[in-house]
Design a protein around this ligand. Structure first.
Ligand code: CDP
Ligand code: MG
Length: 680
């Protein structure tokens, strides 16, 4: 028999009986509480106590791998069992679930993937959706799917946990499910604002963190938790802090790719002062114990879809006030704390109150792609917490058809992914950019296209400060490539690679500044590129050695930009685009002065007029090869061609109304009879 006990000091323990009653008497229960109150580690044990997880499993989902593993370890330890027996976990590349496992902790992506084989989730009698307030796409998919499933699985129980943010939404979604609050005592946190990089202050983020850590060192003893935007920033900052070599301190990075042992050290008892460097994983999903001080850069990598630019990005962005307050709250758990924010108070005041759910930040084409892949059915009928509007859904479907990712013209329920669609799902990119990468393999331009696709997914690292535009333009002009804004990105990339090798990281950072390049965005570019390269490698897409020709690069890019093609109007210099749109090349592009007859644009930006940004000249006949599923042919009158001794006609090929083949002579026997029927 298992000995199930609950740590007396955790706030959730005080509500044990209420929770047991609520879970027993309701199909869905919402549990809300501040980080550290014991939701993640104690709820699975309460379920065990109710004899759940005996014949079937208690499934427990986490947004992140790090959290799934540490929670499983902790629960196993509290139950006095080996990991992989009563308590197991499954994350990508790692499965520690055994025959007699009752509690299976996993990432939400794993549970979604299981739907393929098990539509009714019949292996589970209980599902805990942890961290629902994060409102990632995966969480919204699960909450929608469970809502549909619950009437058909009366024996299935669902527990939704959330930080104390907007819990009423979850309750409403599940037909007014009861909400139980388990928040315990918290202590006051003093907030100090210490912005950097303003006016004459030329400190960067790394330096600002070091200074804040020093300031807190003078404030008293206790561990420090630093919030940074990514693994790269964590490593840079860790290096700098270790170099300072403050006696009695220990620097501990925390991110997904660390080994379990390294991650474990955070939770072990220690004498030295810990300085834990984490991403927003430590905001609500991992409680780093004993934290007295927080340093908050105020930044996170947030996936965001720009409706204006119609592309998906992963920019580093200021976090919302709610997130910043969660971060500050991490040092008020055991005693009064101090939080240093590395930004100004009016910056904080100007921030949005909450982070939008991911579905409102994501390209719907990506959402539909993911849903079709998971077999979640018609997007329009799916019970989302925040349903997207139908026009946006139609645009999304149209884009997927353009990219050849879904079977065309199918009713939503019959829509399937094509082989291209199944590959697009595997690339962590906007579908347009992902399509370019696939085509690059065929064209032999993978190296260049990975660089371009990564660049198009972030904010342009080239800066043009208003008071120094000319100087900036001069610096950037060094990378200009005639006829292609895309190839100038590749040239810039190669320049950065060479210079970075020749310099210390400090010198490189300085060089970026003098060359009007945003260092953080350069790093972001490099990070994303590395991620893409390994995702591509998993799909056996690897870069050939040697350089691709401009045509090889542009053909691949065009595969993702078919509806961003334009044909120059000889008189107006304007371009006629897809479906009757008209656009001009932005004046800052070198191509604006002498525009080629045909261009493709990475972005079509609507301001007072429609502008094509990031453009290159293309040959229209490429579009015919790439868009076989979209082009339309029309034919002239048949006539006899004496020379070849056969009937011929003229063919005109259009793509979204643009004549990619203006007129060519084809043998009449080649005319598709169905299309030519009108002629007879
Ligand atoms: O989910 P919630 O934020 O409400 O709390 P939790 O993750 O269940 O954490 C409850 C307590 O367990 C916290 O005080 C954590 O520090 C502790 N814990 C731990 O010591 N080691 C772990 N691997 C996980 C949690
Ligand atoms: Mg938790």
């Amino acid at each position: 028999m298992l000995d199930i006990t609950y740590p007396a000091e955790l706030p959730i323990t005080a509500r044990r009986q209420d929770l047991l009653d609520a879970i027993r008497d309701n199909q869905v229960v919402v549990v809300a509480g501040e980080t550290g109150s014991g939701k993640s580690t104690q709820l699975p044990k309460l379920c065990l106590e109710l004899a759940r997880g005996v014949d079937k499993l208690i499934g427990h989902t986490q947004p992140r791998r790090v959290a799934a593993r540490t929670i499983a370890e902790r629960v196993a330890e509290e139950l006095g069992t080996e990991l992989g027996t009563t308590v197991g976990y499954t994350v990508r590349f790692n499965d520690r679930v055994g025959r007699d496992t009752s509690i299976k902790v996993m990432t939400d992506g794993i549970l979604l993937a299981e739907l393929h084989r098990d539509r009714r989730l019949s292996r589970y009698d209980t599902i805990i959706i942890d961290e629902a307030h994060e409102r990632s796409l995966n969480i919204d998919f699960l909450l929608g799917y469970l809502k549909q499933l619950l009437p058909r699985r009366p024996d299935l129980k669902v527990i939704v946990t959330s930080a104390t943010i907007d819990t009423a939404r979850f309750s409403e979604h599940f037909d007014d499910a009861p909400v139980i609050e388990v928040t315990g005592r918290t202590f006051p946190v003093e907030t100090r604002y210490r912005p950097y990089g303003e006016d004459d202050d030329d400190r960067d983020q790394v330096q600002a963190v070091c200074d804040a850590v020093d300031e807190l060192g003078r404030a008293g003893s206790g561990d420090v938790l630093v919030f940074l935007s990514g693994e790269r920033e964590i490593r840079d900052t860790a290096d700098a802090l270790r170099k300072l070599d403050r006696p009695g301190t220990e620097v501990l990075p925390l991110y997904a790719r660390l080994s379990a042992a390294e991650q474990h050290r955070i939770f072990e008892p220690h004498k030295a002062r810990h300085i834990v460097l984490a991403t927003n994983v430590a905001e609500t999903s991992l409680t780093v114990p004993g934290v007295r001080y927080v340093v908050d850069t105020g930044l996170a990598r947030i996936s965001r879809y720009s409706t204006r630019l119609k592309v998906q990005r992963l920019p580093i962005e200021p976090v919302s006030q709610a997130s910043a307050n969660q971060r500050a709250g991490r040092c008020g758990r055991v005693a009064p704390g101090i939080c240093i924010r590395l930004y100004a108070e009016d910056d904080f005041d100007a921030r949005p109150e909450f982070t939008d759910p991911e579905i409102l930040r994501t390209n719907l084409a990506s959402v539909i792609l993911a849903m079709t892949n998971l077999g979640l059915g018609d997007v329009e009928k799916f019970p989302f917490l925040d349903p997207p509007d139908s026009r946006a859904i139609r645009d999304g479907v149209a884009l997927l058809e353009e990219l050849g990712a879904v079977t065309p013209d199918q009713a939503a329920d019959d829509r399937r992914l094509t082989p291209i669609g199944r590959q697009l799902v595997q690339l962590p990119l906007d579908p347009r950019m992902a399509r370019m990468v696939l085509e690059a393999e065929r064209e032999g331009s993978v190296r260049e296209v990975l660089v371009v696709a990564a660049a198009l997914s972030i904010q342009d690292p080239r800066e043009r400060p208003t008071d120094k535009q000319q100087a900036a333009d001069e610096m950037h002009r060094r990378f200009a490539v005639p006829g292609s804004d895309f190839l100038s990105l590749v040239r810039l990339w190669d320049h950065l690679a060479t210079e970075q090798k020749a310099r210390s990281s400090n010198q490189f950072r300085k060089m970026c500044r003098t060359e009007f390049l945003n260092y953080l965005r350069v790093r972001e570019w490099q990070d994303l590129h590395r991620q893409l390269r390994s995702a591509a490698k998993r799909m056996d897409i690897t870069a050939a050695t040697g350089e691709a020709t401009a045509d090889q690069v542009h053909k691949a890019l065009l595969a993702g930009l078919l509806s961003h093609l334009g044909m120059r109007d000889k008189e107006t210099r304007e371009f006629n685009g897809a479906r009757g749109a008209k656009f001009q090349i932005v004046p800052s592009s070198p191509l604006a002065k002498k525009p080629p007859p045909w261009v493709m644009a990475a972005e079509l930006v609507e301001t007072n007029r429609l502008w094509g940004r990031m453009v290159a000249g293309v040959r229209p006949e490429w579009a015919e090869d790439l868009a076989g599923h979209l082009v339309k042919s029309s034919y002239g009158e048949p006539r006899w061609d004496a020379r070849s001794g056969r009937a011929v006609t003229s063919e005109r090929v259009t793509l979204y109304g643009l004549p990619v083949v203006a007129s060519r002579t084809v043998g009449f026997d080649r005319v598709d009879v169905d299309e030519a029927r009108d002629l007879f």
